[in-house]
Structures are given as structure tokens and as C-alpha cells.
Ligand binder design. Structure first.
Ligand code: ACO
Length: 312
């Protein structure tokens, strides 16, 4: 029994922070941000708007989109690194708020690769028949840990949440293959510093990302038995357009097969890939039996790549 995607949902905060706004806050320019990263604007959560608020909205929308009710859900897996507290988990909070009284809940920390880890975890429960309907959420509020004094990172990030409902699917659809990995030796390049703010060595992370996104994409394709030419859409972690383009080139895909949301959301950590997936669905860019490649990397350092054949 394959595990596939039954419904999708998202939430992004109302407030838009543009490159022009950042020009007023620090020594930077729209031109620098655009050409180095592809980002034009990002969403920033209100001070009193938390990861669990965004995760709740995204999960609610995904459950509705799947044609289910909260009581149908067996498990919530929330990929995040910016929850308000370690316990209760974001999963616990939204399980209660949704009235999903039959569900278990947990959070999972794999930074920007978190959504790929969550999806693979959910698939194991479904493939064994242990659970039927699982909500996987990617939700982060990186603005909370952004060092607004550091222009080399402050311009990169945004807030948001995306969710999918996973369940059993037929006709060879669903998750076909995955490739997850960790290189903890690179942890020093991206972490929380003593001020509890995000520190990043951009160049090192860039190098890691270009190499690992390409390598993991090729490995997962081989495991799935899908040829490069048969891929319909590449949905990479939306950190930097140059890293995304490098992945597209490694896979020899035409421009139109690369899903991009980095210009409007920036890097939203665990929500990045799932927000891009939801937007692709909303824009009508995904049809039944399309082959999708989702690939991410992040702090840890971690990476994850999935091949999914779309449809219930
Ligand atoms: N505005 C203007 N100038 C800037 C800014 C800014 N916001 N930030 C840095 N600069 C300057 C630097 O000071 C440097 O100036 P110098 O040459 O006088 O010293 C110059 O721009 C070039 O800096 P680099 O760091 O070499 O720029 P680079 O082309 O490497 O781009 C970037 C930096 C965008 C951060 C890139 O390295 C990158 O994208 N790295 C990967 C980041 C990433 O993907 N992180 C996600 C990790 S997962 C997670 O989300 C937690």
C-alpha cells in the first residue's frame, strides 16, 4: 500500500516585508538581494502569532481540502524548529484546537529538510497499515530567531506554514522513493548562537546545498525508477534561486519544470517546500500521475529528497 497526498493547505501571515522595507532598516539594496537570492518580499508573522497558530490554519485547510474531518486524523507530525516551547508540542496544541480526539501528535526537528523527513515518517505508518490519515505540517517563524543586525542573514528569511494530509493511495501513486541524510560535521555552519539567534556561514551552506541537493535528487530518482525526462515538476527548498537553478541544471530540466516561490516568501525553513507544493496545486500545475521531485537541505546539516507520483 503506497502513501500519497489526499489534501493540501497553507497559511502565510498578512504582513509583507519588501526589499525596499529592508533598505530602510539596514545597509542593503533591493538589487543585491534580488540578484544574490531571487527574493523580492517575504511574510512576517505578528509578534503574537505563533508557529502553532500558523500550523493550525494550514492543517485545518488541508483536512478540509482532503474532504475529511479532524476526527478522521490518526497522527499529526509537525516539522518545525521555532516552536514556542518544547512541550506541549505544536502537534499537541493543534490536535486539541482542532478537536482531533483520535489523533496522536508530535514535533520533528530537521530544520529546512523537516517537511521531507515528516512525509517519509508518515508514509511508514501508512504503508504498514498502522494508521490511515496523517497530517504532516511544515511551520516556522524564523523572524523570531533572525538577527536583524546581521544583513547577511536577515534578508533571507520569512514565516509561514503548509500542510498535507497523507493516506493510502492506489494505482502505483504516492511516495515512490526517498533519500534522507545527515552530516552533523557541518552543524557549525548553521546554528543558534549564544544570543539564541540564527548564525550562518552562507558560503559553506551554499556549497553544501548545491552538492547535496543535486546528489540526493539523482539518488532518489534512481531509487524510484523514474527517468529525468519523466519528471514533471521539481519542488526544491526555496532558499536561494541560484541553488534552485543549480539543482534544475543537474537534473537537466527545462525552466518551466522548476517551482519557484522564493521571490514572494523568501526562505521559510520547514514550510518552504510544502508552501511551494500547495501553490503549485493551487496554480493548477500538478495533474494526476505527474512525477514530482521534492528536495530540501538545512541546518544539521540535513537533507531529504522524495519522488511522489501525484494522485489519490
Ligand atoms: N546586502 C548587501 N550586501 C551584503 C548583504 C546584504 N544583505 N549581505 C552580505 N553582503 C555583502 C557581504 O558583506 C560581501 O561584501 P564584501 O565582498 O565587501 O565582503 C558581499 O555582499 C558578498 O557576500 P557573500 O557572502 O560572498 O555573498 P554570496 O554571493 O555568497 O551570497 C548568500 C550570500 C545569499 C547568503 C549565499 O551565500 C547563500 O544563499 N547561502 C546559502 C544560504 C542558505 O541557503 N541558507 C539556508 C539554510 S537552511 C535554513 O534555512 C536554516
Amino acid at each position: 500500500m503506497n502513501a500519497g497526498i489526499l489534501g493540501v493547505g497553507k497559511y502565510v501571515p498578512e504582513r509583507v516585508l519588501t526589499n525596499a522595507d529592508l533598505e530602510k532598516m539596514m545597509d542593503t539594496s533591493d538589487e543585491w538581494i534580488r540578484t544574490r537570492t531571487g527574493i523580492q518580499e517575504r511574510r512576517i508573522a505578528r509578534e503574537d502569532e505563533y508557529v502553532h497558530d500558523m500550523a493550525y490554519e494550514a492543517a485545518k485547510a488541508a483536512i478540509e481540502n482532503a474532504g475529511l474531518t479532524p476526527e478522521d486524523i490518526d497522527l499529526f507530525i509537525v516539522a518545525t524548529v521555532t516552536q514556542e516551547s518544547n512541550f506541549p508540542s505544536v502537534g499537541n496544541i493543534i490536535q486539541d484546537r482542532l478537536g482531533a480526539k483520535n489523533a496522536a501528535a508530535m514535533d520533528l526537528g530537521a530544520a529546512c529538510a523537516g517537511f521531507t523527513y515528516g512525509t517519509v515518517t508518515a508514509a511508514q505508518f501508512i504503508q504498514t497499515g498502522a494508521y490511515k490519515n496523517i497530517v504532516v505540517i511544515g511551520a516556522d517563524k524564523l523572524s523570531k530567531i533572525t538577527d536583524w543586525e546581521d544583513r547577511s542573514t536577515a534578508v533571507l528569511f520569512g514565516d509561514g506554514a503548509g500542510a498535507i494530509v497523507m493516506g493510502p493511495v492506489s494505482d502505483g501513486r504516492g511516495l515512490l522513493a526517498f533519500d534522507l541524510g545527515s552530516d552533523g560535521s557541518g552543524g557549525k555552519h548553521l546554528n543558534l548562537n549564544e544570543k539564541r539567534k540564527l548564525y550562518m556561514n552562507g558560503r559553506e551552506v551554499f556549497r553544501f546545498a548545491v552538492r547535496q541537493m543535486g546528489d540526493a535528487s539523482l539518488r532518489v530518482l534512481e531509487k524510484s525508477g523514474i527517468a529525468k525526462d519523466d519528471l514533471d515538476l521539481l519542488i526544491p527548498h526555496q532558499a536561494n534561486i541560484r541553488i534552485m537553478e543549480a539543482s534544475r541544471e543537474r537534473l537537466e530540466l527545462p525552466e518551466e519544470k522548476l517551482m519557484k516561490t522564493v521571490h514572494k516568501y523568501g526562505n521559510t525553513s520547514a514550510s518552504s517546500i510544502v508552501l511551494a507544493l500547495v501553490d503549485a496545486v493551487e496554480e493548477g500545475r500538478i495533474n494526476d500521475d505527474d512525477n514530482l521531485l521534492l528536495v530540501g537541505f538545512g541546518a544539521g546539516l540535513t537533507w531529504g529528497a522524495l519522488v511522489i507520483k501525484w494522485g489519490k
